[in-house]
Design a protein around this ligand. Structure first.
Ligand SMILES: [Zn+2]
Ligand SMILES: [Zn+2]
Ligand SMILES: [Zn+2]
Length: 267
């Protein structure tokens, strides 16, 4: 199976409109530094799954029939805003899975168009796409939010955004099922004040040290944190990587490896 990080920014993205910090300035002159809304594409024998629908150009990126399902972590705008356009398209319906959230986001659940919202998933109850096993894991955030453990054969990827720390039962589950690759929320620079809805760097690294995955990728990056990396003020421990849009990782009998960044960037 293979995961491609389609977007790695926080809700404000990079560049932030009107900001001239080092990260925003750099992203404005070189598109390879742009951070789009946090999302990923998972490709496996079981199909092609889009993890979150926050990209505004979903209709350009994917042809009808390209996606077998969409998996939502939660209903914050930066994770669903691309669905508001996609839903009015034509072609085969796309099943959408996610957590129970009566409020959802605006009228998305009331007027789903070509999106087929499935009954809400239950924590720790796996669903399957062919041989791909997908287990919803509760996270700590300001809306009901699931991370997902994606397993195929002996390999697994944990995709955990948005969250501040981990609920004890999710941490215990992931200690029992150590992922080869952990993709985790790391929105804020290291801070003394405990963050409310997203990990800062210290909390993200604490999760890495607690779970001891094969490798960890930090995502949902704010421009403030990105600027610290741009200025080389932060060095990450071995095995921990800063996400970039279009960064890909493959997991197969050859183990876990980082792919070259995929193709041309869109937008
Ligand atoms: Zn978010
Ligand atoms: Zn900025
Ligand atoms: Zn959120």
């Amino acid at each position: 199976m293979k995961i491609t990080l389609l977007g790695t920014g926080d809700v404000r993205q990079v560049p932030v409109y009107g900001c001239d910090c080092e990260a925003c300035y750099r992203a404005r002159i070189d598109v390879s530094y742009v951070r789009r809304p946090c999302s990923a594409l998972l490709e496996s024998a079981g199909g092609r799954l889009l993890l979150d629908g926050g990209l505004s150009d979903l209709c350009q990126r994917f042809k009808p029939g390209d996606l077998d399902a969409i998996l939502l972590t939660h209903y914050h705008v930066d994770h669903v805003q691309g669905l508001f356009h996609l839903r009015w398209g034509l072609g085969p319906t796309i099943p959408v899975f996610g957590p129970e959230d009566q409020n959802g986001c605006a009228d998305l659940l009331k007027h789903p168009g070509m999106l087929a919202f499935q009954p809400p998933l239950n924590a720790f109850e796996s669903i399957y796409f062919g041989d791909l096993q997908l287990t919803p894991l509760p996270l700590q955030h300001s809306k009901p939010t699931f991370g997902y453990l994606l397993r195929e054969g002996d390999h697994s990827i944990a995709y955990l955004t948005d969250t501040v720390g981990l609920p004890p039962e999710t941490e215990a589950y992931l200690k029992q099922h150590t992922p080869d690759l952990l993709v985790v929320d790391c929105s804020h620079p290291p801070t003394e004040i405990p963050p409310r809805n997203h990990n800062d760097l210290n909390m993200a690294l604490a999760i890495h040290h607690s779970l001891q995955p094969g490798k960890t990728v930090l995502t949902h990056i704010s421009h403030e944190l990105d600027a610290m990396f741009a200025q080389k003020l932060i060095e990450l421990p071995a095995g921990v990587y800063l996400a970039e849009d279009q960064m890909g990782w493959s997991l197969d009998c050859g183990g876990l490896r980082r792919d070259w960044r995929m193709g041309a960037l869109i937008g």
